[in-house]
Design a protein around this ligand. Structure first.
Ligand code: WQD
Length: 338
């Protein structure tokens, strides 16, 4: 039987690379597009070492619309998983146009080329950020979409809307996966997260502090209305998250989707506070993390964790790995960084 050929944009990034590994494991043929703006070419070697398959790779910037069009003329693609995007919340506030161009213009070029070449399926990387501070926890997919706190968040909302309009107008079927907080690394420690500069996200900051690269972790606020006063998130192991993409893709390829565009939360369903994460890290790795409490970070919400029933039922997918396992894998990955 001919293998389905899947285009993974941003396939050398954090979530993309882990998804490529899972796709190859499941027998898909993978072609990666990445502009290498926020990753390294060596990630391809990590993917190869894990899978013993080297995916096809094309260095391409999705803003180059002629090149995107030419790519689709040259390659017969059965489905697209679209990760490529800029993702730094703070930077998006300072450089909104960079975000609208990198995340929205590129999506439009991609969708145009997909339509022109009859590529029928798209999985889109969305985010729990679309819910803002939800009124009810755990968060279900029908929770209201709140006005975005940042241009980055807005690009995820607008992206979902654009894709929905396109599915209504043509043959495209799509699934938006709303990720909660992805963390961890592949168990081989051959691929993982590569934060540029000072990490903005909690786990890379924790691992770098434990490694002595950062002196001390700042815990942003301990006066939230939560059990210990620190903010609560749903941290999901990146390998579990990667697997959700395979389930979503299979659903579209098999025509099991119930509407042309669907939305699923991808989280564990469990909320953990910042202090709980620090303690779990110390316990899992027998390694101390120095921290101090500082003021809240602007734009942060109090608590977010997913209701995952819809994804469990419809995608037949469930997060299987624990917070401790995710934090242990993040530490193993950190230890391998130079
Ligand atoms: C988690 C918790 C912080 C760093 C963001 C984006 C979201 C997304 C993932 C991106 C919060 C606290 C953090 C630190 C801390 N998508 N923290 N000290 O803010 O939930 O989500 O990243 O692609 O859209 O908004 O994740 O990891 O930054 O923070 O105390 O040095 O850790 O306040 O409570 P967040 P995060």
């Amino acid at each position: 039987m001919k293998k389905n050929k899947i285009l993974v944009t941003g396939g050398l990034g954090f979530i993309g690379s882990h998804t490529v590994v899972e796709l190859q494991k499941e027998g898909f043929e993978v072609i990666i597009i990445d502009d290498l703006s926020n990753t390294r070419l060596e990630v391809l070697d990590g993917i190869y070492e894990i899978s013993k398959i080297r995916p096809e790779f094309v260095k391409l910037d999705l803003k180059e619309k002629e090149q995107v069009a030419a790519f689709f003329e040259e390659h017969k693609i059965d489905g697209v998983i679209h990760f490529a995007a800029s993702k730094a919340v703070g930077e998006s506030v300072e450089q909104p146009l960079k975000y609208y161009e990198n995340n929205i213009s590129t999506l439009i070029y991609l969708l145009k080329s997909m339509a022109k070449n009859n590529v029928p399926h798209l999985i889109f990387s969305s985010s729990c950020t679309v819910y803002g501070q939800a009124d009810e926890l755990p968060i279900t997919e029908d929770a209201p979409i709140k006005k975005a706190e940042s241009p980055y968040g807005n690009t995820k909302q607008i992206g979902e809307e654009i894709i929905q309009d396109v599915t209504k107008a043509g043959n495209l079927t799509a699934i938006a996966l709303r990720y909660f907080n992805p963390i961890g690394a592949h168990e081989s420690a051959l691929i993982g997260e590569l934060p540029l500069g000072v990490p903005q996200n909690l786990i890379p900051f924790v691992t770098q502090t434990a490694a002595g690269i950062r002196e001390e972790l700042s815990v942003f606020g301990d006066d939230y209305p939560t059990s210990d006063g620190t903010a609560v998130r749903d941290y999901i192991h990146v390998v579990d998250l990667a697997k959700a993409h395979i389930s979503a893709l299979q659903r579209l390829l098999k025509g099991k989707n119930k509407s042309k565009m669907e939305y699923f939360n991808v989280g564990t369903g469990k909320g953990s506070s910042v202090l709980e994460v620090i303690n779990a890290f110390q316990k899992a790795n027998h390694k101390e993390v120095k921290y101090k409490i500082v003021d809240r970070r602007e734009g942060d919400i109090t608590a977010a964790y997913a209701n995952t029933e819809l994804a469990n039922k419809e995608l037949g997918w469930k997060a299987l790995l624990s917070l401790e396992e995710a934090l242990a894998s993040a530490w193993q990955w950190q230890l391998k960084q130079k």
